[in-house]
Design a protein around this ligand. Structure first.
Ligand code: 13P
Length: 248
């Protein structure tokens, strides 16, 4: 774990999983432990947001790029703010794919989230074909450039980044600690070329098949500041062990 100004963060992304009974189990499991050296949050499906107690820091998995109006099925950032959310996952590869969210739409959503005073967790990551072709850094640069172009580098003072290689999501095929570190260092260098202070303070999470058994090794990398956890965040004990790995 880093010994610098960045505080570790572990975020559970339940995706479209879980049920009401998991909320109670998760709350009682996590309340037994002092996780004072790190931050953690849960991003459940939006209908469950109001059912958590105040001990849980909440995030949501998506918001609309619009403020309000005729957008059936969408949720606005002011609504999730009213329900106590602090974080908003934005640009997850599943939304980019299922909902055709372009880099430009993702950037507009980041703007809405920042304007509301919430923290975007901006996901970037390459498909396997891009890695095989040796184009990872160019691909990530394009994803990051869209946000810098709209909002400027200063916006990154309030953005959490999550590197989620698509080939590692839900596949059990985790990036090795060295692969994760290589990309995280590249992302930090990308930021540093534009503003070294912002680069030093930006929390960069790794996501993709993180489990209790591999979290420690991943989080020990210099530029890996925590994790964005899918499948393992549905198991309270597993999620707790990942939080403990970051709590050092
Ligand atoms: P898994 O941890 O299930 O691989 O999912 C990662 C992810 O997509 C978190 O947003």
């Amino acid at each position: 774990m880093q010994t610098n100004i960045r505080r570790s963060l572990v975020v559970g992304n339940w995706k479209m999983n879980g049920d009401k009974s998991l909320i109670g189990k998760m709350q009682s499991c996590l309340s037994q432990v002092d996780l004072g050296n790190m931050d953690w949050a849960i991003c459940p499906p939006a209908p469950y947001l109001g059912l958590f107690d105040s001990s849980v820091r909440l995030g949501v998995q998506n918001v609309s790029q619009f403020d309000s109006g005729a957008h059936t099925g969408e949720t606005s950032v002011s609504m999730v703010k009213e329900l106590g959310c602090q974080y908003v996952i934005v640009g997850h590869s599943e939304r980019r794919e299922d909902n055709f969210e372009s880099n430009e739409i993702v950037a507009l959503k980041v703007q809405k989230i920042l304007d509301a005073g919430l923290t975007p967790i901006l996901c970037i990551g390459e498909p396997e074909s891009i890695r095989d072709a040796g184009n990872v850094f160019d691909y990530l640069t394009t994803q990051l450039n869209a946000v810098v172009t709209l909002l400027g580098i200063s916006a990154f003072a309030n953005i959490v980044l999550a590197y989620e290689p698509i080939w590692a999501i839900g596949t059990g095929k985790t990036a090795s600690p060295e692969q994760a570190q290589e990309v995280h260092a590249f992302i930090r260098e990308y930021l540093a070329k534009q503003d070294s202070n912002i680069a030093a303070g930006t929390v960069i999470l790794y996501g993709g098949s993180v489990k209790g058994s591999n979290a420690q090794e991943l989080f020990s990398q210099a530029d890996v500041d925590g994790g964005l956890i899918g499948g393992a965040s549905l198991n309270p004990e597993d999620f707790l062990s990942i939080c403990l790995a970051a709590n050092q």
